[in-house]
Design a protein around this ligand. Structure first.
Ligand code: 6PG
Length: 248
């Protein structure tokens, strides 16, 4: 793993607090400078505790009207289905903070995937600042799967870190269609955060932090900011000790 900062919390709550402090600092300073801040959030269960804390403890500490919310990826399901990343973020966060509806840019999981991937790429170009000729997020928040996937880029789909298409259609291992922002846009962000909680992520994170250069195994290892900063937010049971790393 290229140079990155690792923030370790004793439990999920502590990790969520660290992330919320980091999130507030990034978006508030960006809003102060240019009037808005564009963030891309991931799905899955890891963000739940973060969303809860952003909705309560940090509700008054973030300049929500200046935040533009996008998604890193979406399952190709309607927004009212439990699996919807948008639906989950809406109920745990967006309905509880003062983000104007016009600042919420969901991926339409109910639409035709190919058409939506084209439309979402256009939406990114129309609403984000550009750097290196690519849409540039102030913050991309990622998770990591036990198989080392991130966003909806699964093992075997690493070429999505090379494509010039900002958004792509993929399939998860179960065959479910996904729409995902691709690797070059992820790596073009000013700030990238990977959040991982729980001992079920220890094995993949140990591999990531002990892999030899050039022998990458997982899509998550291709997350490498071109000009920004990468920070991992992990619980202590998800991150290897010095001895565990040394014994690899
Ligand atoms: C998704 C996410 C995905 C997620 C990982 C981790 O749509 O599922 O974007 O990349 O971050 O699968 O999921 P958990 O947080 O549930 O472990």
């Amino acid at each position: 793993m290229k140079y990155c900062r690792v923030v370790i919390g004793k439990d999920e709550s502590e990790v969520a607090i660290s992330f919320c402090e980091y999130f507030a600092e990034i978006v508030n300073s960006r809003i102060e400078r240019i009037g808005f801040s564009a963030v891309a959030i991931s799905g899955g269960r890891t963000p739940d505790e973060i969303f809860r804390k952003l909705s309560v403890e940090y509700r008054s500490q973030v300049n929500w009207p200046g935040v533009l919310v996008f998604w890193v990826d979406e399952r190709c399901v309607p927004p009212d289905v439990a699996e919807s990343n948008y639906g989950r973020a809406k109920s745990l966060l967006l309905d509880n903070v003062e983000i104007p509806p016009d600042n919420i840019f969901r991926i339409r999981g109910e639409s035709d995937p190919v058409k939506e991937s084209v439309d979402y790429a256009e939406l990114l170009r129309a609403n984000l600042t550009v750097k290196n000729d690519l849409p540039c997020f102030d913050l991309v928040m990622l998770g990591v799967g036990e198989d080392g996937h991130t966003a909806s880029i699964f093992p075997g789909q690493e070429s999505l870190f090379e494509t010039d298409e900002p958004v792509a259609v993929t399939k998860d291992p179960r065959g479910q269609n996904r729409i995902t922002v691709t690797g070059k846009v992820i790596n073009n962000a000013r700030n990238i955060a990977v959040v991982a909680v729980g001992k079920n992520k220890l094995h993949v994170i140990t591999d990531v932090f002990s892999s030899e250069k050039g022998k990458l195994k997982y899509p998550i290892e291709l997350v490498s900011p071109v000009h920004g900063e990468l920070t991992w937010f992990v619980t202590s049971d998800a991150f290897p000790s010095e001895d565990q790393l040394a014994s690899r």
